[in-house]
Design a protein around this ligand. Structure first.
Ligand SMILES: Cc1cc2nc3c(=O)[nH]c(=O)nc-3n(C[C@H](O)[C@H](O)[C@H](O)COP(=O)(O)OP(=O)(O)OC[C@H]3O[C@@H](n4cnc5c(N)ncnc54)[C@H](O)[C@@H]3O)c2cc1C
Length: 486
């Protein structure tokens, strides 16, 4: 049998690669982790989740300061934002988390970390800056990069992506964001709150295309009230830069041609898998535009080469990458045929209010031709929401024809955190009656989870039929008061 230097080699030190490296090394596998950037952590830490959520929080605090009077507080005189200070704060947060994702920590766990560009020379060997390294199994966990579509003129114009946006040296006066997906929308609200005049352009008839339209429209309406301009169902005809002046020519939904002249353009129009210049074609690993093809065990067409995280074109979230990394460890190290199951993969868009989802929404249920019913509860009926003036939002619980939960969406304050109860309920197959009977602390936003289930059970419990039965068996006397009908 061939003798390889390592049991497992991982290319890419982001969420997926780090999960595999930490799991495999701690289980005693001789593990190699290769990263092309000078530091581990991947997009999430350096250009994604961490900087975006840090920026979003600064923007939220600034927004609350501007609206202090809403809370019965004196009006606050505030200065304009110095973006360099926000960028510094972002770097401070990244630096703290970086310790967790450091070369030393992984060495301590038992994994060898090397930096550079890895290129496959055969199915078990890579070339790393002139050195040949072999492993029994390989994991491609190289993530994804922002896509700049072939819009006329775009490639001759300076534009921003998630790689530049968190380290600007000043706050742009105006910004056109191309793309109304989660990244574009989160940035639109944050920059608008900080003082940038933001315009979002998207060809769809709603923002956050994966979400149910009613929920996405509520997010758009909050943002519109805060000052963001949306051009939906719009096509981008041309992007130009003349003497440093940028212009974006669009055809809006009413057929009118408009020219937008922003200081900056942020392109947030999707992601492409990082598959180039790695020799994947030479060793016959199959991939297409969406990513490297994998089965449910994350195996590529070469069974000992796995692909996990954004690069396989599945769900593009850090927690999905981590989950897939775990699947790889089970298969490659434990030799257990564990398969990925995304039925209850949750996600959240960190607008204010947040929009979180688990399982099917109405859109998915409809596309699958399922018979379903929707139960809702509004945040304006939640006492804590009223106390905190966070009343925009709704929870939607989707049940199938047998009244089993298909999914839950929450638009509301800290919706991502509120969804965690549903993560446990759905994964644990907990009965809805258990949630309805469980005492929740008062006053909390989380009571909305119990209330939506209550609204499902209430008509059954307090029905006329039940009243009649109780009256018959226990001689109850019935109503003591009725509202007079005029
Ligand atoms: C602005 C933004 C905000 C986001 N917010 C969230 C969020 O709030 N929540 C969430 O769950 N997800 C969020 N995401 C998505 C999340 O960042 C990704 O899903 C996650 O980083 C994917 O992890 P990964 O391991 O697949 O890839 P990555 O984290 O990108 O890691 C891939 C690594 O591979 C390295 N690499 C690439 N090519 C090579 C090569 N040839 N050789 C060696 N190394 C290589 C890269 O340098 C990188 O370090 C956000 C993304 C963006 C852009």
């Amino acid at each position: 049998m061939a003798d390889f230097e390592y049991d497992i080699g991982i290319i890419g030190g982001g969420a997926a690669g780090l999960t595999v490296a930490s799991g495999a090394a701690q289980l005693g596998a001789k593990t190699l982790l290769i990263e092309k950037e000078p530091a581990l952590g991947g997009d999430c830490l350096h250009y994604g989740c961490v900087p975006s959520k840090t920026l979003i929080h600064s923007a939220r605090v600034y927004h609350l300061m501007k609206h202090a009077e809403r809370f019965g507080l004196p009006k606050v005189g505030i200065s304009a934002v110095d973006f360099r200070q926000i960028a510094k704060r972002i770097q401070r947060v990244i630096a703290i988390i970086q310790h967790h994702d450091s070369e030393e920590r992984f060495c301590g766990l038992g994994a060898k970390v090397l930096f550079g560009n890895a290129v496959f020379t055969d199915e078990h060997t890579i070339d790393l800056e002139g050195n040949r390294l072999s492993a029994k199994s390989w994991v491609v966990a190289t993530g994804s990069s922002p896509v700049a579509p072939p819009i006329p003129g775009l490639h001759d114009t300076t534009f921003l992506t998630n790689r530049e946006i968190f380290s600007l040296d000043h706050l742009p006066k105006s910004m056109v964001i191309l793309g109304g997906g989660p990244i574009g929308i989160e940035m639109a609200q944050a920059f608008n709150r900080l003082g940038t005049k933001v315009t979002v352009v998207d060809r769809a008839d709603q923002i956050l295309g994966k979400e149910d339209k009613d929920m996405a429209d509520m997010v758009a309406s909050v943002m519109q009230d805060e000052g963001v301009t949306f051009f939906l169902e719009a096509s981008i005809e041309e992007v130009l830069e003349t003497n440093g002046q940028k212009s974006v020519k669009i055809l809006d939904s009413s057929g009118e041609r408009r020219v937008l002249n922003p200081e900056e353009i942020l392109v947030a129009m999707g992601r492409a898998p990082n598959v180039n210049h790695m020799g994947l074609e030479d060793i016959g690993v199959a991939y297409d535009r969406s990513g490297i093809g994998v089965d449910k065990r994350m195996r590529t067409n070469h069974k000992h080469i796995y692909a996990a995280g954004d690069v396989n074109g599945g769900f593009q979230f850090t927690h999905a990458a981590g989950y897939e990394g775990g699947i790889v460890v089970s298969n490659a190290i434990f030799r257990l045929p564990r398969k990925a199951d995304y039925t209850y993969l949750p996600w959240c868009t960190y607008t204010d209010p947040e929009l979180a989802s688990i399982g099917m929404n109405e859109k998915t249920a409809r596309s699958k031709g399922l018979d379903y019913a929707v139960w809702t509860e509004e945040f304006r009926d939640n006492d804590r929401s009223l106390a905190e003036d966070e009343t925009t939002g709704r929870i939607k619980m989707i049940l199938d024809a047998k009244e089993r939960p298909l999914g839950v969406q929450i638009l509301g304050p800290r919706a991502g955190d509120l969804l965690s109860e549903w993560v446990a309920i759905l994964n644990g197959k907990v009965k809805l009656s258990t949630l309805a009977a469980a005492v929740h602390p008062y006053p909390t936003m989380g009571e909305i989870n119990k209330r939506v289930v209550g609204s499902f059970f209430s008509p059954k419990i307090f029905s006329e039929k039940v009243q009649k039965g109780l009256k018959f068996f226990f001689q109850l006397k019935g109503r003591a008061c009725s509202l007079r009908e005029d």
